[in-house]
Design a protein around this ligand. Structure first.
Ligand SMILES: [Zn+2]
Length: 328
């Protein structure tokens, strides 16, 4: 009996003192940032390793929990590790929500626009909000966050939002990033940071098949990895999601992205294009000041749902919980 008790105390101690990297840690000196797949174990969790890197002499993993799709960064020494190829890793985790989501996205890889997962469960009473931060010199749409926090403060705090962030936006918006992190640290919002590519090139003239990431000469490795590194430098933990610039992709580029272990996320409700949000929608607006009409439409949508929100009959959902529940 005493032995068992001792065991539980040791286990509790081990679980309580998992040294997770603080969410706000800025990795300022990343070296050897690379793709690294495999299984990482620390009782009671099995995690999937996506990346490995060094920072100031310490060795880190970027990991995803294949059940919840939540990511974290942690020192590699903390885990029992089995390195595998991506396909071995995906086989190993084959019955998990993560693997189901990524293979679901691959099945929807052919459309030139809006490939990947574009909606969650219609039974969800509410939506998942994604706001894209494409390169822009304009300030962040702060009123969007203010309105969201006000409407949901009594029913859903922190309020979840997914921000698809591009490298070039991060470079120009350090004060906006700090402002968002303050809201996060104050428990007002919960942010899923989605990779939205580094350069986010776009041409007004080129047809879609040669535009955005399909532009000839695009270096996908740089677009994916440099964005993640810059997120980590800014103290943002990359999620396992990817949003294509312009929602434009082809089958080949979808598979290139899933080869990085990332899940492409589309949208069935790009508000500025007149698409309406339904229950279970993954709503797309732009938070970078370039599409104020979408932000206005979203605020209008919030106001129209005021009563349902107060009665918890219309809520915002984390992108990961939307995808995790996907049964298709
Ligand atoms: Zn964009």
């Amino acid at each position: 009996m005493i032995k068992t008790l001792k065991f539980f105390i040791i286990v509790l101690f081990a679980v309580a003192f998992v040294p997770t990297a603080k969410a706000q840690q800025n990795f300022l000196n990343i070296t050897n940032y690379r793709v690294f797949y495999g299984w990482a174990h620390n009782f009671p969790q099995d995690l999937l390793i996506l990346r490995r890197f060094e920072n100031n002499g310490r060795d880190y993993f970027l990991l995803v929990n294949p059940q919840t799709l939540q990511t974290r960064v942690n020192e590699s020494s903390f885990y029992q590790v089995k390195e595998m190829t991506l396909s071995e890793t995906r086989t190993f985790f084959k019955n998990t929500p993560y693997e189901k989501a990524i293979s679901q996205a691959e099945k929807q890889s052919t459309p030139i626009q809006d490939a990947g997962i574009e909606r969650g469960l219609p039974s969800e009473t509410g939506i998942s909000l994604t706001a894209d931060l494409c390169p822009s010199r304009k300030p962040l749409e702060r009123r969007l966050f203010a309105d969201m926090i006000t409407e949901f403060k009594k029913v859903e705090k922190p309020t979840p939002i997914a921000l698809s962030v591009s490298g070039l936006w991060m470079l120009k918006h350090t004060t906006d990033i700090e402002w968002l992190k303050k809201l996060r640290d104050a428990g007002e919002i919960r942010i899923t940071w989605v990779n939205h590519s580094y350069n986010h090139r776009v041409s007004a003239k080129a047809p879609l098949r040669d535009n955005f990431l399909l532009e000839p000469g695009t270096d996908i490795d740089y677009e994916v990895m440099a964005t993640e590194k810059l997120m980590l430098k800014n103290g943002l933990i990359p999620s396992a999601f990817f949003r294509f610039p312009g929602l434009v992709s082809d089958q080949q580029v979808v598979f290139k992205v899933t080869d990085y272990g990332l899940i492409p996320i589309g949208s069935d409700a790009w508000l500025a294009k007149g698409q309406k949000a339904q229950n279970g929608s993954i709503v797309l607006i732009h938070g970078n000041g370039n599409e104020p009409v979408g932000v206005y439409d979203f605020i209008k949508l919030l106001r129209s749902k005021k009563r349902q929100i107060a009665q918890k009959q219309w809520l915002l959902y984390d992108l990961s919980s939307m995808v995790e529940d996907e049964e298709k």
